[in-house]
Design a protein around this ligand. Structure first.
Ligand code: UD1
Ligand code: MG
Length: 450
């Protein structure tokens, strides 16, 4: 027996599913004919890990994805408010009777989300055209997150952090972060956009990260919706029940909770559709590159749903591989260790196997590395996260493998082909998501009450 409470707006959910499938199909079909136009406009890149990489692959195809995605979520607006339409019509007929009030606040949230996504797309595309330097582009998405933060403020969103039980002795039960919480949310968008972008360079890698994170967050949303499925167990006389863990159970305030997770779903389903369509062309051997546009779009979409859904901390749990990659990258991003323009692994042209790439590709290591740099490199090498090259006579470090999770996967599990490295990364991302669900629904119960 399936039980779906009336709070679940099935027409809107089904239309969201419908437009998302449509968006995926559109992306799949328009990319091949549009590709040559991108190449002609100079939006093209060499596939670095192919032995004969003379041919150009259309780059910034994320722009097509972004266009289809944003059009889809705009097209969806009337469906989202279909209830208000019918209520209005009804109130028109039965003059005098109060019809449904138009949920203007919901529209404001949705439009702010669209605005943030548009800004992210614009910034990503500018980055593709002008190749903005790394240190300069880090804070760019901050601007894009302002509309959505404003909405959070208007909704009087929570800025408190509930402390886990073991830490309460030191910090008290609740910490009021106030404006600092807004800073955290603004930085969240910087993180989600850039962290997908720096974990890039092998075919299918950016889009598959976005795809799995989107699927994971969607699953988490579904867990909050009021539905349940009862399977009778013979002999036991009881039902085995699966269903939304929160929405169904919480009477007080659950309507708001359900609304927020629905909104997140409406924004993520089309993203999944678009990513699936694009993945088809980006899979090894890639016939289209995402460009920074797709990384910015998907990253901003995650930040937006995390903020409007009020689950920005849970969201970060699904970014564990990206957090690892970012922390590992810090010595290169912030200048402790030389950082070449491309940190992607190297390909052996004969065997087609990928090997970890070296950090001294564009510029040699400085003669005297600072003591801090040496210490950091030695620790990372001890942890097997990098492999150092040492001058046998002087004992000084002359190079190290680039500090990325892709190189670590090659160091730990050995050289492999490009498509199987993508698969390894996908496996890491899926394991990360499983761990995230474990922490969110298992561990959280141990360190939080209620
Ligand atoms: C980030 C990484 C960089 C990595 C690059 C690859 C950091 C600090 N920056 O830079 O190390 O090399 O992404 O995307 O970690 N490409 C491929 N195969 C692919 C995807 C991209 O060869 O599957 C190449 C193409 O030549 C393409 C270029 O990467 O033109 C795109 O690089 P871009 O997105 O501009 O690099 P960044 O995001 O600045
Ligand atoms: Mg990029």
């Amino acid at each position: 027996r399936a039980l779906i409470t009336p709070a679940l707006p099935l027409p809107a959910l089904f239309s969201s599913l419908g437009v998302s499938i449509l968006a995926g199909i559109v992306v799949t079909y328009v990319i091949p004919p549009l590709g040559p136009n991108f190449v002609r406009a100079g939006l093209k890149g060499r596939d670095l890990l192919k032995p004969k990489n003379e041919e150009f692959v259309p780059e910034s195809i994320g722009l097509v994805c972004a266009a289809v995605y944003i059009m889809t979520i705009i097209l969806f607006i009337p469906f989202l408010f279909s209830e208000a339409f019918t209520a209005k019509v009804a109130s028109h007929h039965l003059e005098g009777l109060a019809g449904g009030e138009f949920p203007i606040q919901k529209l404001a949230v949705y439009l702010a989300a669209v605005l943030s996504l548009l800004i992210a797309t614009l910034l990503g595309f500018l980055d593709d055209i002008f190749d903005i330097r790394w240190r300069h582009k880090l804070p760019i998405p901050l601007i894009g997150s302002i509309p959505i933060l404003m909405v959070y403020f208007a909704e009087q969103g929570n800025t408190d952090v509930v402390m886990p039980i073991p830490l309460r002795r030191f910090f008290g039960q609740i910490i009021h972060l106030g404006p600092l919480y807004y800073l955290y949310m603004a930085l969240l968008s910087t993180f989600t956009t850039n962290s997908i972008n720096i974990l890039a360079g092998i075919n299918g890698c950016e889009v598959s990260q976005a795809f799995i994170i989107a699927l994971s967050v969607t699953l988490n949303d579904v867990l909050y919706l009021p539905w349940s499925f009862h399977i009778p167990v013979p002999f036991l006389g009881a039902d085995f029940v699966i269903g939304g863990v929160y929405g169904a159970g919480l009477a007080h305030g659950s309507k708001e909770l359900v609304e927020r997770h629905l909104l997140s779903l409406y924004l993520l389903l089309p993203l999944i559709g678009v990513c699936a369509g694009f993945m088809f062309h980006n899979w090894y051997p890639a016939r289209a590159f995402p460009g920074d546009t797709l990384c910015y779009l998907t990253g901003m979409a995650f930040a937006v749903v995390g903020i409007v859904g009020h689950f920005s901390k849970t969201l970060l749990l699904f970014f564990m591989p990206q957090i690892f990659n970012f922390i590992l990258s810090c010595p290169q991003l912030f200048g402790l260790v030389p950082c070449p323009r491309h940190r992607v692994p190297n390909v052996d042209n004969l065997t087609l196997l990928l090997h970890p790439s070296e950090a001294n590709k564009d510029q040699p290591f400085p003669e005297n590395l600072s003591r801090l740099s040496v210490l950091v490199l030695k620790i990372l090498s001890y942890l097997r996260l990098t492999k150092l090259t040492v001058n046998p006579t002087t004992g000084s470090i002359t190079s190290c493998t680039n500090l990325t999770i892709l190189n670590v996967l090659l160091l730990v599990f050995g050289p492999t082909r490009e498509e199987s490295l993508t698969r390894r990364l996908i496996a890491v991302q899926i394991c990360g998501s499983i761990l995230a669900f474990g922490i969110r629904y298992g561990l959280a119960g141990l360190v939080y009450d209620g």
